[in-house]
Design a protein around this ligand. Structure first.
Ligand code: PLP
Ligand code: COI
Length: 341
């Protein structure tokens, strides 16, 4: 199959329209059989639930070309399950998990010419989402929905790829206790836009959000979970009911403990202890693992010993193993890789 003429190595994290996307509609209590379409546009009633009350949830996963030329994706079953959790919290119908995974396969196959070649540094980002589509004016859930999935070839989320980034402790909160921080709802991202625009204007790459109730504990960033490495090489990941359960983070915990033989702690992390860690990084589908070199906290700086030039050595080992599994260089745990073609 002939690949599209794209400068793969210089792609940023942006939208490139591909050939086909998947659509299924929910009406009268059930989902239709769904199909691929070439139409990238959506026509909606002016009063659609998503437009009035932001009733929308989404997912993000990637497809990769392996060293031996296959196309695979990483743990799509976990994205399917998390989307069900997200939908339930916003009173939306679940999209069946097996159909979600089938739609991933169909959508990627139909756009195989856009899956970046092995070694290019780019990947195919897949964006499943669903939204309330019928008119809603009183505050209540819609009763018609659309599920869609498109894909777009992407490069690194942060400019500079694996170069350490600088983040700031945000004065804004991302998620309330007992709120929606643990699901992938569009509303969580809408309310983070002012915070990220502010952080960028001040010269920072991202925000570190603390827990809204006490502002003493590390939560996550706008689009990734944190990983920390202690001076004696333990992987520490923050635990909270108001952060998104990152599939990358859960996978790294297994990579660290089961493959690399590291000690792992998934626990509350107080901001006060962050200065004592040896390495810090962000992890997520888009972020992969992005090393953090510096954290700015209201006039004070935490500079990690790993510095601003390279990923720390333990972060690098985690990165190489995770991406090795994703790109087929390393055999991962059973069921992690879904073969597409
Ligand atoms: N946290 C937030 C807020 C995110 O948007 C994402 C991205 O999906 C993540 C964490 C990372 O999750 P995952 O590793 O499942 O992509
Ligand atoms: C992802 O990593 O898939 C996300 O949804 C994060 C987003 C900020 C791009």
């Amino acid at each position: 199959m002939e690949k599209k003429d794209i400068d793969w190595s210089n792609l940023g994290f942006g939208y490139v329209k591909t050939d086909k996307r998947y659509v299924s509609n929910y009406k009268d209590g059930s989902w239709d059989e769904g199909c691929l379409t070439e139409d990238a546009n959506i026509v909606l009633n002016e009063c659609a639930g998503v437009l009035q009350y932001a009733q929308t949830v989404f997912e993000g996963l990637k497809a990769y070309t392996t060293e031996d030329g296959r196309i695979v994706c990483f743990r799509p079953d976990l994205n399917a399950a998390r989307m069900v959790d997200s939908a339930k919290r916003l009173e939306m119908p679940a999209f069946p998990e097996d159909r979600f995974v089938e739609a991933v396969v169909e959508t990627v196959k139909a756009n195989a010419a856009y899956v970046p070649p092995y070694g290019s540094g780019a990947t195919l980002y897949i964006r499943p989402y669903m939204f309330g589509s019928n008119p809603v004016i009183g505050v209540k859930p819609a009763n018609e929905y659309q599920f869609r999935m498109f894909c777009t070839p992407v490069g690194p989320y942060f400019k500079g790829g694996a170069k350490p980034i600088t983040i700031k402790v945000s004065d804004f909160d991302r998620a309330a206790p007992h709120g929606t921080g643990h699901i992938k709802a569009g509303l969580n991202y809408a309310m983070s836009l002012h915070a990220i625009v502010t952080a960028h204007a001040e010269g920072f790459d991202e925000n570190m959000y603390l827990d809204a109730a006490t502002r003493t504990k590390v939560e996550e960033t706008g689009g990734a979970n944190f990983i920390f490495i202690t001076k004696d090489g333990t992987l520490v990941t923050p635990k909270s009911d108001s952060i998104l359960p990152s599939i990358t983070r859960r996978s790294l915990v297994d990579v660290a403990s089961k493959i690399l033989g590291m000690k792992v702690e998934h626990r509350e992390v107080y901001f006060d202890e962050v200065k004592d860690f040896a390495e810090c990084g962000l992890c997520g589908t888009a972020a992969v693992i992005s090393p953090v070199g510096k954290i700015y906290d209201h006039g004070k700086e935490i500079c990690f010993p790993s510095g601003m030039e390279d990923m720390g050595p333990v972060t690098k080992k985690l990165y190489d193993t995770l991406t090795g599994i994703q790109m087929g260089r390393i055999e991962g745990p059973e069921g992690w890789i879904k073969e597409i073609m």
